[in-house]
Design a protein around this ligand. Sequence first.
Ligand SMILES: *[C@@H]1O[C@H](CO)[C@@H](O)[C@H](O)[C@H]1NC(C)=O
Ligand SMILES: *[C@@H]1O[C@H](CO)[C@@H](O)[C@H](O)[C@H]1NC(C)=O
Length: 366
Amino acid sequence: MSPNVKYSLYTLGAIATIGFIYLFAFYLPQLFIPESREIEGIVKVGELGSSLVPISSKRVKELGMNSDISNLDIEIDAEIQAKKSNEVERLIFVGDIHGHYVEFRKLLRQVKFNPETDHLLVMGDFITKGPDSLKVLDYLIDHDIDCIFGNHEYYVMNNYATFHGLKSPHFMNETNEMLSIKDGGFNSDPEFLLAKKLQPKHIKYINQCTIIKKLGQVPFHKFNDRKDLKVGGDSNSLPGYAVHAGLRWDLSIEDQEPIECLEMRSYIGPNFNETTDDPDTDNAVSWSKIWNSKQKIAAKKDAKIIYYGHEARRGLNLRKYSKGLDSGCDGGGKLSAMVIWLQEALNSKGKPVTLYREQVHQVSCK
Ligand SMILES: *[C@@H]1O[C@H](CO)[C@@H](O)[C@H](O)[C@H]1NC(C)=O
Ligand SMILES: *[C@@H]1O[C@H](CO)[C@@H](O)[C@H](O)[C@H]1NC(C)=O
């Protein structure tokens, strides 16, 4: 072979190699990568935007809720008398679904969910782990269901950003300014497979979930009997908030740290002004336990009730000032919904009153 021919063969070989590398490493994969969507700032505090309209005991029964009232001499809150827009009959909060679509739908059938007259809020971690994350997402999107942002949504978004070469998820405060993320916050469990399948509409949906949601007034039970908390019982009301993991008792709603809101399980003693996601940390105490003791000593005007998820290990955890709704569906436990409504009744003197009521509904998970 002449050196010229040899040279031409080498050149051809080199061009072919580059061509193959381009084909397999860049061109072909691109055909399988779904179109991407930029990640926008995640909003820290959102409003529910719905208010409850009082419903009759008959309607309560129709909806499959417990309409029995044991003590009719309860005071009415003036606030609920004012007419507001976006009135709904019920607020329904669902704990960590984790891709368990079948059970989610079963639970919604059990509570006779109607998107027209109910405001449904999922408490974060609705995707990952279970079998049908995409089906859950599509259902949430198609029924315009409200959501709280959970740590697993964060992990998936983070993977999505890596996969598509986008800016990582970040948080915004009330004035739409970016908040810094404390170092060492998130672990980065690979939830890459799901992230790769997400379409722009999925990212758009997850992106508009807020870290905290102001719920307006919610039932406040006079007694701390577990059964009472579960089936309604007699109640007045306090301001309610929804968050995936928990809130710091020593900070205002505006000053909460997004990452703590997504990951905390315990406060760290002796001052309980730090949090951890690891309950086995030294001096760690369940955040809800301390939260409840702090609310008890707060002036009534400052006390708050928190609805949250995240804590499968402690299961359904109903306390006076905190309601843990993650009952471990993913680990073969249950999927829980807390249903809240206003019920019209007559007190023992025959005077019409309106009561705050709530009731837990559950389905078993495989
Ligand atoms: C929002 O965050 C920015 C930057 O950290 C800060 O300067 C601003 O005061 C914050 N606004 C509110 C309302 O918290
Ligand atoms: C927690 O509170 C103690 C006592 O008030 C204080 O000395 C400490 O700096 C606080 N720690 C944090 C992380 O805020």
